[in-house]
Design a protein around this ligand. Structure first.
Ligand code: X2X
Length: 333
């Protein structure tokens, strides 16, 4: 009798727990490297907002900024998502490149001259190939956003030719490709995470860094001795909304579609916002006394010529077909 009571109480308890699980909203973690003070974090916040609204509160995305889910080590974000430690991320191709060689495509120096070139890749066949490569490695990519064109700054002096980079200590991120680019230019590159970058610039442990204007502006890099900024647009850093495959497979087709559409809409919103705000951001940077250098076509060409060795070394790693597909899309844009 006692045992019977215990069993029926247990069954009731299981039924109750199960129904609570259905009633309760599901919450998933979303990793970002930059907070919502930056366009990057705003893309993630917008995604969370749209998903919560469209699922009528059933699905909640909790954003964890500053790469905190991987203790600041942004190049581990992809692995953490693949293994299911992180559910989702709005991540940079640079930070995912150690695990997905194909995304180094975007870091090839001076591959993409303008926004149209970026869009020609991400919305075309090359973009599909990149997404397939990501999917193959355990993460379901849903949509694009962007961190933007990366410009170089430093504390020493204006940069308008490769010789100006000679011996300059530059903080770089992620993939070893960056070491090759900056070594080819005669600089002295050092890899470190974003968390360590600002302190290193402040103390003078490094002289320079490269990041999109929005990051330079919000992080107040000018206060970290970055008084010279060159608009060389040497690469663009797209962001990708991704979901761990382990989680993705457990979701209903409807929820998958909801997450995907919301990611697409949040991404488009952020890309447009970032691009529209760029001119005002540059004005604000100039107003703080930062000396901004723009390159003539000849000066630009000197940087292109100096970094050709990077293509020779990296095309086999990225994949010849992918690089050629991207180059063709750019030529036809
Ligand atoms: O670390 C950087 O420079 C940043 C914030 O732009 C990236 O995560 C790629």
């Amino acid at each position: 009798m006692k045992i019977k009571t215990w069993i029926s109480a247990g069954a009731a308890c299981i039924t109750l727990t199960a129904s609570m699980a259905f009633a309760q909203p599901r919450e998933y973690s979303v990793s970002t490297v930059l907070s919502d003070a930056f366009p990057w974090g705003q893309a993630a916040a917008k995604w969370a907002e749209l998903v919560e609204e469209r699922s009528e509160g059933r699905i909640k995305l909790k954003v964890y900024p500053n790469a905190q889910l991987v203790s600041g080590d942004q190049t581990r974000e992809f692995s953490a998502m693949r293994s299911g430690l992180i559910d989702m991320a709005v991540g940079s191709t640079i930070n995912w490149s150690p695990q997905v060689p194909e995304v180094n495509l975007f870091s090839l120096p001076f591959l993409m001259p303008d926004n149209a070139a970026v869009d020609a890749i991400t919305t075309g066949k090359a973009g599909e190939m990149v997404f397939k490569a990501i999917e193959k490695r355990g993460v379901m990519p849903l949509a694009w956003a962007e961190n933007g064109f990366r410009e170089i700054s430093n504390s020493r002096g204006p940069i308008s030719q490769p010789a100006d980079l000679k011996g300059l200590k530059v903080r770089v991120v992620g993939s070893p490709l960056f070491l090759d680019t900056f070594n080819a230019l005669g600089a002295n590159p050092t890899q470190m995470s974003w968390t360590d970058a600002l302190p290193a610039l402040t103390t003078g442990a490094v002289d320079g860094q490269e990041n999109p204007l929005a990051v330079f502006d919000v992080a107040r890099a000018d206060r970290a001795s970055q008084k010279h900024l060159t608009l060389w647009h040497y690469m663009n850093d797209p962001l990708i909304f991704g979901v761990s495959q382990r989680l993705w497979k457990t979701l209903s087709a409807d929820d998958q579609q909801l997450l995907k559409q919301a990611a697409h809409d949040a991404g488009q919103w952020e890309i447009e916002k970032s691009r529209t705000e760029l001119a005002a951001t540059l004005d604000a940077i100039r107003e703080r006394g930062v000396e901004v250098t723009e390159l003539t076509p000849e000066q630009h060409q000197a940087f292109v010529a100096a970094t050709q060795s990077v293509y020779e070394k990296w095309i086999p790693r990225i994949g010849k077909e992918l690089v050629e597909t991207a180059q063709q899309a750019i030529a036809e844009r």
